[in-house]
Design a protein around this ligand. Sequence first.
Ligand code: GN1
Ligand code: MG
Length: 356
Amino acid sequence: MTLPHSLNQLLTNQGEKFLIVAPITNGLIHQTFRLNIDENCYLLQSINTNIFTDPLGLINNHRKLYQHFLSDQNPFPRPLARPLPFPNDQWVVEDEHQRSWRISSFIRNTHTRSAVESPSQAEALARFFASFTLHASHLQTDSWHIPIPRFHDLRLRYGQFKDAIQTDKSNRSNNCDGLIRHLQLREPYIAIYDNMSENEHFPLRMMHHDAKLSNILIDDRSECWLCPVDLDTVMPGYFFSDLGDMIRSICNGSLREESPPEEVFFQADLFESLLSGYGSAMGDAITQQEKKLLPLSGILMTYMQAMRFLSDYLNGDVYYITDRANQNLDRALNQFTLLSQMEEYLKATGRLDRLS
Ligand code: GN1
Ligand code: MG
């Protein structure tokens, strides 16, 4: 892998340096690389500026988070990855193809995982992201850059889904009319979000907004969970986002987000552990009203994600990175299958009466 010429020059212009670049391929948004310059190791990222339109705002958020989690009260075993300036003292560098790059420290001897091994690990995961929110809630957020406005706004996502169906830019709606109908039938879920956004008992607080096990660095030797990564979407949000994403990602027994529906199975024991872990870790920091709705977090997030994938399919795969045809459709179908199984389980346990 070679870097764009201008970036390569910038990184090596202080004499002969030995540069190795290796892609890291697990995200759907940015392009990420591990960079070795002599014996030092960094994380280099080309920011997707179609989605994150203000790279510097993003990095300023990251710098504030880094500082905040250096304190004695840091709930994690180690500090966050440190954002770094390039050798020319710039935090963002634009290459000759107008792509924006940033760099941070690379935390060595770590790996990530995407599946938990037991209910007690699921509970630990819930506690991990709850402690992120509890600690981040002490941050000054007046000047916080909102990286993606209304990111987990279900009303907005539903509107975008309806637009995508109506426009049908790539003439694909015929391939998925059943799935479209199933998702439209679930419109009553939007009312839950609407009620929340107009109600003082549902305060905004700092959420990670991509809370999954694969966004935690794990120490190679001790297997200890060290710190969260992928901090781009940290911003104020509602209670359901992080628990919902954990449920969506952990309770899905299929290996990948695009695995076929027959491989999806909802893992109820993990669901219960996430729910009780999150509820107890957040303790009095969440309101009674929020507590009551905690069990619906997974439904809201999985529904949202199914619509986001299907909208992108209908729009011609313009948002998520894809490497084959129908990948977004398969992702949407996988999420919808998980959603229906979750609904069955919640109905059977008396926590979801009807579709609202
Ligand atoms: C995107 O690329 P990744 O995995 O960090 C997306 C999340 C979705 C996820 C689905 C900024 O995150 O919201 O849950 O894909 N991030 C953005 O796999 O849209
Ligand atoms: Mg992410």
